[in-house]
Design a protein around this ligand. Structure first.
Ligand SMILES: Nc1ncnc2c1ncn2[C@@H]1O[C@H](COP(=O)(O)OP(=O)(O)O)[C@@H](O)[C@H]1O
Ligand SMILES: C=C(OP(=O)(O)O)C(=O)O
Length: 580
């Protein structure tokens, strides 16, 4: 029989500490019981006892369900517009920052707090974001669910007992009342889900979604404001380091391979998802990893597989509801299954998670059209165009409503988390890459031989061989050919990869269809630049070029023609119109 942890939980001291604090007085929190920074074992007991549909897997992980929302809800995310910060933020039709006012934020916060106050118990996690001591933040998570507390225990950097004792007032608070809906008749609401971030109050409120990734990406959104304000660049990227101290960044939209490729047995992991590049090098923001589990195989992804054990949260495994212990090995992992686990579970992880200035930047473009080469070398200019455009795919299990890979542009490979205009991040990236001589690569982790549904996903084995060839230096010395559109430099051979797949055209059975699809993609790139320039594609090109020339200097006359962007423009001008 299960023993219910709440029967004898040592709750007194922590609860008293919180009840007496300014924080509790100001927030209006008055719960019956607060459980602060419980260890994983106790959170398991609480989750199993009080959260229906929660099981332990055969590997020791905690399997849970996040309810109806099994991915983030970017359309329900709101940012409070206030006089102090509004001039810095990116607003407008293409920005991810949907507006809300202060009063509505407070209304939603009150709704969240009122809901939390009706419960028998709530959980608090006090921990840090960012391994950089100079810009470390004290984060407080207040939530109704034990599994959320375990998730954030995994994702944040854990305080020592002394640091916890001296934690004091937090820098940022997340009120997660996701089990309770927003009132859709409240101003600025378009549904019963609302994820609200307020820079002035340094708070976030979650209503109507229990998907745990909202908390993780909420902290990341905050960092995307605070770090650039300090001259530091926040990055939606994985990061690892080689034996020579050579650091690699893997930029990619959610679900496109950052965790899988940065967890490399040959190279200690610095972090899988969120980093800051500052004057001394790269710091991870997080204390754990968050992997998409679909396709997870013991043979190809042993590092991630091994990480999924006690302490891990597995969200949305499709398991047998009658069983208390899930045979994880034989369970069907749904498209929405994700695992969060502490970083030290990756056997070769670097803790603390810090590295030098990157030698390589890899842009993971998950191409659902199957026309991009598996790997190309990029000039700095091209890297900027691709970084700003962020051509990739949305995959299932990241955002609500995405059921199959869908071609998209996500600025800086993480548009949903940007607070400033993409050019601000791109300018900083160009500056840092040029200062540190960083090489840039475009790696297609998506489709080949045809679009999604016709071709197939590029084998992970080949993608890993490509990443190895970047790291051994093989690709620096390789012979290259240029593609007719995008002006990409494609190597003619890569160890461990069949040469014919390096040229995407050669693996398409119908060459005309390939050319038409490629042209269509070029056209999409040009259109996409209009998002950053109030609808004017020439201004888009000009602005892109200015990033490269370092400011409002006149454009070199032949600049657009010489760069990959020029190739995109001229090819797109002759591209036949294509129905999507
Ligand atoms: N060629 C490939 N490169 C990278 N990932 C691939 C590839 N083929 C299939 N995958 C799968 O895609 C998913 C990538 O997810 P993940 O690494 O968690 O992405 P992210 O960290 O960017 O969110 C994994 O389930 C991985 O097995
Ligand atoms: C899980 C997410 O992203 P990533 O895989 O990049 O951590 C997410 O965007 O919710």
């Amino acid at each position: 029989m299960l023993r219910y942890a709440s029967d004898n939980m040592p709750n007194g001291a922590d609860a008293k500490f919180l009840m007496d604090s300014n924080f509790t007085r100001q927030s209006g929190l008055a719960p019956r019981q607060i459980f602060r920074n419980l260890p994983p074992s106790q959170l398991y007991e609480m989750a199993l006892a009080f959260e229906p549909g929660t099981h332990i897997t055969s590997t020791g992980a905690l399997a849970t369900l996040s309810g109806e929302k099994m991915g983030r809800s970017p359309k329900d995310k709101r940012i409070v517009r206030d006089p102090e910060t509004e001039k810095d933020l990116w607003w407008g039709p293409y920005s991810p920052n949907y507006v809300m006012d202060d009063r509505t934020f407070l209304t939603n916060r009150e709704r969240a707090v009122d809901y939390l106050n009706t419960l028998d118990r709530i959980y608090i996690v006090d921990a840090f974001a960012n391994w950089d001591p100079a810009s470390r933040l004290k984060i407080r998570v207040v939530t109704s669910r034990a599994y959320h507390a375990l998730f954030m225990h995994n994702m944040l950097i854990r305080p020592t007992p002394e640091e916890l004792e001296d934690f004091g007032e937090p820098d940022f608070v997340i009120y997660n009342a996701g089990a309770f809906p927003a009132n859709k008749y409240t101003n600025f609401m378009t549904s019963q889900t609302s994820i609200d971030l307020c820079l002035k109050h340094k708070e976030m409120v979650i209503l109507g979604t229990m998907y745990a990734g909202e908390m993780k990406k909420g902290v990341f959104t905050l960092m995307h404001y605070l770090m650039p304000m300090q001259g530091k660049l926040s990055l939606h990227s994985g990061c690892n380091v080689g034996a020579e101290g050579d650091v690699t960044l893997f930029f990619g939209l959610s679900g496109t391979g950052k965790t899988t490729l940065s967890a490399d047995p040959k190279r200690p992991l610095i972090g899988d998802d969120e980093h800051v590049w500052c004057d001394t090098g790269v710091f991870n923001i997080e204390g754990g990893c968050y992997a998409k589990c679909i396709g997870l195989k013991k043979e190809t992804e042993p590092e991630i597989w091994n990480a999924i054990r006690f302490g891990t949260v597995l969200e949305n495994v499709d398991y047998d509801p009658d069983s208390r212990l899930v045979d994880y090995d034989s369970q069907r992992l749904t498209e929405n299954t994700r695992a969060s686990y502490p970083i030290e579970y990756i056997s070769n992880a670097h803790v603390p998670c810090v590295g030098g200035h990157p030698k390589n930047v890899i842009l993971l473009a998950c191409d659902a059209f199957g026309v991009l080469p598996p790997v190309s070398r990029l000039s700095l200019e091209q890297a900027m165009y691709h970084f700003i455009s962020g051509y990739t795919a949305k995959v299932a299990g990241t955002e609500v409503g995405v059921k199959e890979p869908t071609a998209t542009f996500s600025a800086c490979f993480g548009s949903a988390f940007l607070m400033l205009h993409p050019y601000k991040y791109a300018t900083m990236l160009a500056d840092k890459m040029s200062k540190h001589g960083t090489h840039a690569w475009l790696v297609n982790t998506g489709w080949t031989g045809g679009k999604y549904g016709v071709g197939k996903r590029i084998s992970l084995k080949y993608t890993r061989a490509i990443i190895d060839a970047i790291h051994t230096g093989e690709l620096e010395k390789a012979e290259y050919v240029s593609t007719p559109i995008f002006g990409l430099q494609v190597p003619v051979s890569v160890s461990g990869v069949p040469p014919e797949i390096l040229s995407p055209e050669s693996v398409w059975p119908n060459k005309n269809e390939f050319a038409t699809t490629l042209n269509h993609l070029g056209h999409m790139f040009v259109k996409n630049f209009e998002c950053f320039s109030d609808g004017d594609s020439f201004v888009g090109a000009e602005m892109a070029s200015r990033i490269l020339t370092g400011g409002p200097s006149p454009l070199p006359e032949d600049h657009v023609a010489k760069t990959g962007f020029g190739a995109i423009i001229s090819a797109a001008a002759t591209a036949p119109a294509i129905q999507a």
